[in-house]
Design a protein around this ligand. Structure first.
Ligand SMILES: Cc1ncc(COP(=O)(O)O)c(C=O)c1O
Length: 410
């Protein structure tokens, strides 16, 4: 049904169409926090599930068993079971839930039931690439946690194993929360977990940024390396619908987390999202290894090409990255090009190249489009001409972008 001409409905329809055209066909998206959802997963997002409720068949909490309050859920329940099983297989975890509504909600879902009020946590500070949500005024303030910094001051905000262990033994926290928004290199997780477990602390691994890499066996293997609970967003390097996920090998921890999700953290878990997430998990079960390998090869190739063209990037001596991210060295950019990262991003946006305002460049979505390492010199050239030399490359970008249709690894 078409909207009445001139109405707000028609205007809304036009805006969504314009957005879809612009973001879906006319730009290269290098935002490290985003990705493109496969056609089938998008179909599930707009399926009838979008308006439905269900609760688990039974909720065991405080010893009570409560039947599902809703009828009509015979397929919904099976969809969730299938998605959770796919998650457990993809991440080689004994227990997994696709219910958390986002990465942030997944963090709340893990921390709240396992850490009582007044718990002490160690987390990487935002000025060393950590996630703002773990800063004192945010998640810790909700639950009365004290948060102290785990140092991440090595090249590219890396964590030194000796200093991490010293900090853990000195601070004797109840939990160490790993994971960064600026996330280039794997953690020395075995050393961190050994120190944390010796102090009786749990190790949480926020994989929001690197989840797609973990799904393909790249970056690191948190559960095997000592993390107790892994959780994160499903829409950054992981190419799923916006949402969250959580997995662990520990039955004792999962039995405290899973029953506490419903009614403490949320009620409806959004079953259209879970169907779409299940689909993405199945896609990555098939071709996640090649997807993850190509993302990292693209990021490393783009790093080399940008650096050769004079773009200052962090961690050059370390090969720039082991993830989907590259970080512009902001002080050097300001010193050499007299340009702030935000101004660079705005300039590039006008040329149909999207990076974020804080100097991160991500290769997950362009890898989904089909770009390969041998495309990276051309991409770097466009970024440098459009961003540093203020050339009008938008037309060239558009012509190249139009040669990619559909998504790979889907
Ligand atoms: C490390 C980290 N954790 C959690 C989040 C929050 O994720 P979401 O937007 O899915 O709630 C982010 C968002 O950027 C993040 O970088």
């Amino acid at each position: 049904m078409t909207a009445p001409p001139g109405s707000e409905e028609a205007r809304l329809a036009g805006l969504v169409r314009a957005h879809d055209r612009w973001r879906g066909r006319e730009v290269f998206n290098l935002l490290a926090s985003e990705n493109a959802v496969s056609a089938r997963a998008r179909k599930y997002l707009s399926s009838d599930l979008a308006g439905r409720y269900t609760l688990p068949l039974e909720v065991n909490f405080h010893g009570e068993t409560i039947d599902n309050s809703y009828t009509g859920t015979r397929y919904t329940d099976q969809i969730e079971t299938l998605a959770n099983a796919a998650a457990a297989r993809v991440f080689h975890a004994r227990f997994a839930t696709t219910r958390p509504l986002s990465g942030h909600i997944a963090a709340l879902s893990a921390l709240a039931p396992l850490l009582p009020a007044k718990s002490r946590i160690l987390a990487i500070a935002p000025d060393e690439g950590g996630y703002d949500g773990y800063a004192p005024g945010f998640i810790p303030a909700l639950f009365g946690y004290t948060v102290r910094p785990l140092p991440a001051d090595g090249p590219g905000f890396t964590v030194d194993p000796t200093r991490a262990a010293e900090t853990i033994h000195r601070e004797r926290p109840n939990a160490v929360v790993l994971g960064q928004s600026f996330f280039l290199f794997p953690y020395p997780l075995r050393e961190i977990a050994e120190a944390a477990h010796a102090e009786g602390a749990l190790v949480f691994y926020d994989a929001s940024h690197v989840l797609g890499l973990l799904a393909g066996g790249e970056f690191q293997d948190p559960l095997r390396e000592g993390a107790d609970v892994v959780f994160g967003s499903t829409h950054k390097s992981f190419p799923g619908p916006q949402g969250g996920i959580l997995f662990t090998d520990r039955d004792d921890l999962f039995q405290q987390i899973d029953p506490a999700l419903v009614w403490r953290v949320f009620d409806n878990a959004h079953w259209n999202r879970i169907a779409a997430l299940g689909q993405t998990l199945l896609e990555l079960e098939r071709c996640g290894a090649e997807y993850a390998r190509t993302i990292v090869a693209n990021a490393q190739g783009l790093g080399r090409s940008l650096s050769d063209l004079g773009v200052p990037l962090v961690a050059e001596a370390q090969g720039f990255t082991r993830s989907h991210q590259l970080h512009i060295d902001r002080p050097r950019l300001e010193a050499t090009a007299h340009l702030r990262a935000g101004a660079l991003a705005r300039r590039l946006e006008r040329q149909r190249l999207l990076i974020d305002l804080v100097g991160r460049i991500g290769t997950a979505e362009v890898t989904r489009l089909g770009l390969q390492p041998n495309d990276m010199p051309r991409l770097a050239d466009l970024l440098v001409r459009g961003g540093l030399r203020s050339e009008r490359v938008g037309r060239e970008v558009l012509v190249w972008r139009k040669t990619f249709s559909g998504l790979r690894f889907a």
